[in-house]
Design a protein around this ligand. Structure first.
Ligand SMILES: [Zn+2]
Ligand SMILES: [Zn+2]
Length: 104
């Protein structure tokens, strides 16, 4: 396999560094929010675990149809970042509707 690297220069270095700093800031913010759970009520109402709720999700803005991974019920989302479980299945199994992991 051949991987063609993009060309690199000082300007590119600055761009990467800015992006890295943003990323670190984002991780810090995420960890802080996971620790303090400032929107717990809204989060548990929606059956979303801490990680899925607070992480910044970059998704395509396009209506996406999918089905619940447990009961096959049809679900529609306004972007490509779809849930794995419908609300009923998430509630029944005390799982996150987004990733299917344990609610916390
Ligand atoms: Zn379901
Ligand atoms: Zn989750």
């Amino acid at each position: 396999m051949i991987h063609k690297n993009k060309s690199w220069n000082e300007k590119e270095k600055d761009r990467i560094t800015i992006r890295n700093n943003w990323y670190v800031k984002d991780i810090r913010k995420l960890l802080n929010e996971i620790d303090t759970d400032p929107k717990k009520e809204k989060r548990t109402q929606r059956h979303i675990c801490k990680l899925c709720f607070y992480k910044t999700v970059i998704s395509m803005q396009a209506f996406t149809d999918t089905q619940c991974g447990k009961c096959d019920k049809k679900m529609t989302f306004s972007n490509s970042d779809v849930n794995l479980l419908c609300d009923d299945c998430a509630e029944d199994s005390n799982s996150c509707s987004h990733c299917g992991g344990e609610m916390n």
